[in-house]
Design a protein around this ligand. Structure first.
Ligand SMILES: NC(=O)C1=CN([C@@H]2O[C@H](COP(=O)(O)OP(=O)(O)OC[C@H]3O[C@@H](n4cnc5c(N)ncnc54)[C@H](O)[C@@H]3O)[C@@H](O)[C@H]2O)C=CC1
Ligand SMILES: O=C(O)[C@H]1O[C@H](OP(=O)(O)OP(=O)(O)OC[C@H]2O[C@@H](n3ccc(=O)[nH]c3=O)[C@H](O)[C@@H]2O)[C@H](O)[C@@H](O)[C@@H]1O
Length: 459
């Protein structure tokens, strides 16, 4: 099977960058990314690269190279499905907010809608690729929908989970540690292997059965998040004992069995996937009666919630047990640097806790809009939208954010924060000038020497 036309349903943080790189690396394949969100598609088609809907270093260059050549963004979902040999499903799979499994299970309604739409629009055989992160055995449900509602054409289902991290998506896609493809039909598997083999060394393309592939994605995210929760647990112990979490991380990370990556203590992990995927894993384990397995993984989330809460509690306690009416400057709102994504960002929860203590918050983030900050707070439903706008301001200048602030809190590890004129910031602040570093980002800036009351996670 040779692939000449690919359709991808879902032009989000995964579908957009992933398919853009396939188009860039496979000029012989026409790639059409479709979405029901017209605004998003219009933004992907915007000639101004600064207005693409996803901010990722290097993405604009890839899109500019391939768009209009063999890369297209469209809202014509049916048309793109009908034409394609291979259809990727890259729609969102959020945690369910209703019914059975509420707050735990993955909501598969968007996946099912895609399957039904593919079945209705397809009039030739197709390979269907699960790119979204899905509960193990979802391919079974997909197969049943496709075969029972289709037009008599045949479908082969593959699982091809995505391991890119936001902020480094293009680098991760250009040079992945591995590409994982699960499937039953050898020709269909080979067809997808051939797509990736255009730029990924063959030995890094792993093929497995469908269920191993689906489960490996949830497992990878659970292990990664577990490392963050593990080092964060140790960070609290460091704060009590005089140990320094960076030194501990280096000391254990040089053991090649442990490895040095993903050991940065923080205010807590965020992002759209870690929490949702672990909750999903816990739900699946419980649905098979595996209560100890479920309980084990649940602790990763419990530790993360604790870390966010204790960061906020520490701010209140340190500032003489009250932040009521005090101005706290937030540097960073995104869930990590080099992305405009704020989903599940620790900043949202820390802000919410401080607002409940009647703090006033001024946010500066280099890539996050004011509208997004308010949307994130409104979504929590803790207080009215009017109240959120009264208590929270969002500004475009870090010195404006920190001016006459009682405290500065670093929530995201943006590189630019390290280069700020910290003596100037201290001058402009109320005294004592409290600085709470949720990323241990500014340790080298010698802030205590400048007169800041400096508190960093894990020291
Ligand atoms: N964000 C990330 O870094 C990663 C995400 N994933 C997984 O990839 C999947 C997608 O995630 P994101 O791209 O972040 O989500 P997203 O929310 O940014 O994008 C999903 C897109 O799908 C569109 N969509 C939903 N239903 C549709 C339909 N029936 N027809 C056409 N378009 C439809 C939505 O309008 C939206 O634009 C999820 O399963 C996620 O767990 C996997 C690896 C990394
Ligand atoms: O399935 C997904 O969505 C993706 O989830 C993560 O990627 P992402 O969430 O984009 O970013 P990470 O770099 O993993 O960071 C996640 C969170 O953990 C935090 N983190 C990470 C590493 C660390 O050492 N310490 C730490 O606090 C980050 O600040 C961030 O809030 C995984 O790294 C990807 O492999 C996966 O594809």
């Amino acid at each position: 099977m040779k692939i000449s036309k690919i359709c991808c349903i879902g032009a989000g943080y995964v579908g957009g960058p992933t398919m853009s790189v396939i188009a860039q690396k496979c000029p012989h394949i026409t790639v059409t990314i479709v979405d029901i969100n017209e605004k998003r598609i219009a933004a992907w088609n915007d000639p101004d690269p600064a207005r693409l809907p996803v901010y990722e270093p290097g993405l604009a260059e890839v899109v500019t190279e391939a768009r209009g050549r063999n890369l297209f963004f469209s809202t014509d979902v049916d048309g793109a499905i009908a034409e394609a040999d291979m259809v990727f499903i890259s729609v969102n799979t959020p945690t369910k907010t209703y019914g059975k499994g509420k707050g735990m299970a993955a909501d598969l309604k968007y996946i099912e809608l895609c399957a039904r739409q593919i079945a209705a629009a397809a009039n030739s055989d197709k390979i269907i690729v699960e790119k979204s992160t899905l509960p193990v055995r979802t391919a079974e449900a997909l197969k049943s929908i496709l075969h029972n509602t289709g037009n008599g054409v045949s479908f082969h289902i593959l699982s091809n989970p995505e391991f890119l991290a936001e902020g480094t998506a293009i680098q991760d896609l250009h040079d992945p540690d591995r590409v994982l493809i699960g499937g039953e039909n050898p020709e269909a598997v080979q067809a997808l292997v051939d797509v990736y083999a255009s730029w990924v060394p063959r030995e890094r393309i792993l093929t497995t059965n469908l269920w191993s592939s689906e489960l490996s994605k949830l497992t990878a995210n659970a292990f990664l998040a577990q490392r963050v929760s593990s080092i964060n647990a140790i960070s609290e112990l460091c704060e009590r004992t005089g140990a320094n979490v960076d030194e501990v991380a280096r000391a254990i990370g040089t053991d090649s069995r442990i490895g040095g990556k993903f050991l940065r203590a923080s205010v807590g992990f965020g992002g759209s996937c870690f929490q949702k995927d672990i909750l999903n894993l816990v739900y699946i384990a419980r649905s098979y009666g595996l209560h100890e397995v479920a309980h084990y993984w649940e602790q990763v989330i419990a530790m993360n919630d604790h870390q966010k809460r204790r960061f906020a509690d520490n701010i209140v306690q340190t500032m003489y047990n009250t932040v009521s009416g005090k101005k706290i400057a937030f540097l960073g709102w995104a869930f990590k640097k080099d992305t405009n994504d704020t989903r599940e960002s620790a900043a949202i929860y820390v802000a919410d806790a401080l607002l409940s203590e009647e703090a006033r918050i001024v946010v500066y983030d280099p890539k996050v809009s004011a509208g997004q900050v308010y949307a994130d707070l409104d979504y929590l439903g803790t207080r009215s939208p009017e109240e959120n706008r009264r208590l929270v301001a969002v500004v475009n200048d870090p010195y404006e954010a920190t001016g006459s602030a009682h405290a500065v809190a670093v929530l995201t590890e943006w590189d630019e924060f390290k280069a700020y004129d910290w003596p100037r910031i201290k001058e402009g602040m109320m005294k004592p000038a409290f600085l709470f570093d949720g990323r241990k980002l500014l340790a080298a800036n010698r802030l205590p020497d400048l007169g800041f009351q400096y508190y960093a996670i894990g020291e």
